[in-house]
Design a binder for this molecule. Structure first.
Ligand code: PRP
Ligand code: MN
Ligand code: MG
Length: 177
């Protein structure tokens, strides 16, 4: 599909918001001795890097990959772990970091799986939240921006694996035929 990308949220606004989130998260975890940021690959890697540098307390970082369920319209979506965390999270404060929450299927399943490992706590921080598309309820602790149901790219988010590098959030607009 031929398309153009239009800026929806500027790089400056994204960066300013991440700094605010970093401050709030730092305050929330100020007494934590065992904080681990868990990024869901691939989409979270850019936000994760920026957010980690905006959090002013010592913490670990770890990553996992959950299977993408593609474009299937079925509601019972099967989300599995393709790459697991490197370290144990038992007794730790886990901060799950996502680029975007859409239907909520990925995060709700990942939360379920990680809860079984007895972390001290699990919280969620997402850069973007698209509540209009939600199928499964997910408790979001921090979000950067609530966005309408538009196809977006940038800051880690892809369209057919491209555009993850864009420093702003862009809207994908199909070209007129
Ligand atoms: C995208 C996005 C979230 C998930 C959100 O990942 O990065 O992880 O979908 O959708 P949901 O709330 O409906 O589950 P994707 O599966 O495209 O993989 P990617 O991170 O590698 O792009
Ligand atoms: Mn993802
Ligand atoms: Mg994707």
């Amino acid at each position: 599909m031929k398309h153009t990308i239009e800026v929806m949220i500027s790089e400056q606004d994204v960066q300013a918001r991440i700094k605010e989130l970093g401050k709030q998260i730092t305050e929330h975890y100020k007494d934590s001795t065992d904080l681990v940021m868990v990024g869901l690959l691939r989409g979270s890697f850019v936000f994760m890097a920026d957010l980690a540098r905006a959090i002013e307390i010592p913490h670990e970082v770890d990553f996992m990959t959950a299977s993408s369920y593609g474009n299937t319209m079925q509601s019972n979506r099967d989300v599995r772990i393709l790459k697991d965390l490197d370290d144990d999270i038992k007794g730790k404060d886990v901060l799950l970091v996502e680029d975007i929450i859409d239907t909520g299927n990925t995060l709700s399943k990942v939360c379920e799986i990680l809860s079984l490992r007895e972390p001290k706590s699990i919280s969620i921080c997402t850069l973007l939240d698209k509540p209009d598309r939600r199928e499964v309820n997910v408790k979001v602790d921090w979000y950067g921006f609530i966005i309408p149901d538009e196809f977006v790219v940038g800051v880690g988010i892809d369209y057919a694996q491209k555009y993850r590098h864009l420093p702003f959030i862009g809207k994908v607009i199909p070209d007129a035929e």
